[in-house]
Design a protein around this ligand. Structure first.
Ligand code: C2E
Ligand code: C2E
Length: 175
């Protein structure tokens, strides 16, 4: 039985934090990073060709894929990291005390983890999906929450443009 607090903070479909709770945590964690002078990274994860999956296999299978990604993301990061559903097929991960290079390692681990294992949708069908990831780091390239979100989104857009199933980042460090 979910209590009211849970209903208000958790995305009903996937079980990870909802967008409102994500915004609340991002604010808290940025203030903390500012006070303690350490880095914070934000990773945006967007499932590739999700609409095609929905059209081809149905919305129920789409929902199963979303739940699977939510669980996979949660299992692949540490307890202090914050996983949320940001929009339709887009997820966000706040990585407190994490530099851009560390975030790249984590994002790449997540990308591979999605690519290499299938999700079982309706009728025991096994589907392989991929995701595109964009990340940005505070305070290296960004001064505030809005800029961090914008930069991570921009990196995600570049990952899509460059062919999907890849990680792009806002900073200048070579990978
Ligand atoms: P956890 O801290 O909740 O991490 C969950 C999963 O996130 C890990 O599962 C791993 O897949 C990924 N992960 C987290 N941090 C790292 C990292 O620095 N590098 C890599 N490559 N992956 C990471 P895994 O590996 O099955 O570990 C399960 C649990 O065992 C972890 O849960 C943690 O509690 C513990 N653990 C495993 N290795 C270490 C370690 O080297 N040091 C510490 N302190 N705990 C560890
Ligand atoms: P690594 O996998 O190359 O990770 C390098 C550093 O990235 C880690 O240094 C940590 O600062 C950061 N990092 C990696 N994954 C995560 C994550 O899921 N969440 C957060 N918040 N930070 C992450 P650290 O802690 O000194 O760990 C050194 C190495 O120890 C890791 O190198 C990895 O080889 C191993 N390790 C530590 N914890 C785990 C774990 O839970 N599972 C596994 N499989 N390996 C771990």
């Amino acid at each position: 039985q979910a209590d009211l607090q849970t209903l208000a903070t958790i995305d009903g479909l996937t079980g990870v934090y909802n967008r409102r709770e994500f915004n609340r945590w991002l604010h808290i964690e940025i203030e903390q990073a500012r006070r303690e002078s350490h880095s914070l990274s934000l990773v945006m994860v967007d499932i590739d060709y999700f609409k095609r999956l929905n059209d081809k296999h149905g919305h129920q299978s789409g929902d199963i894929a979303l739940r699977w990604i939510g669980a996979l993301l949660s299992e692949n990061v540490r307890p202090g990291d914050i996983v949320a559903r940001y929009g339709g097929e887009e997820f966000a991960i706040i990585l407190p005390q994490t530099t851009e290079i560390e975030a790249l390692v984590i994002a790449e681990r997540i990308r591979q983890s999605i690519e290499t294992q299938p999700v079982e949708v309706l009728n025991q069908q096994l589907l392989y999906v991929t995701a595109s990831l964009g990340l940005a780091t505070f305070p290296e390239e960004t001064r505030d929450e809005e800029e961090l979100l914008r930069q991570a989104d921009c990196a995600l857009y570049r990952a899509k443009q460059a062919g999907r199933n890849q990680v792009q980042h806002a900073g200048k460090i070579p990978v």
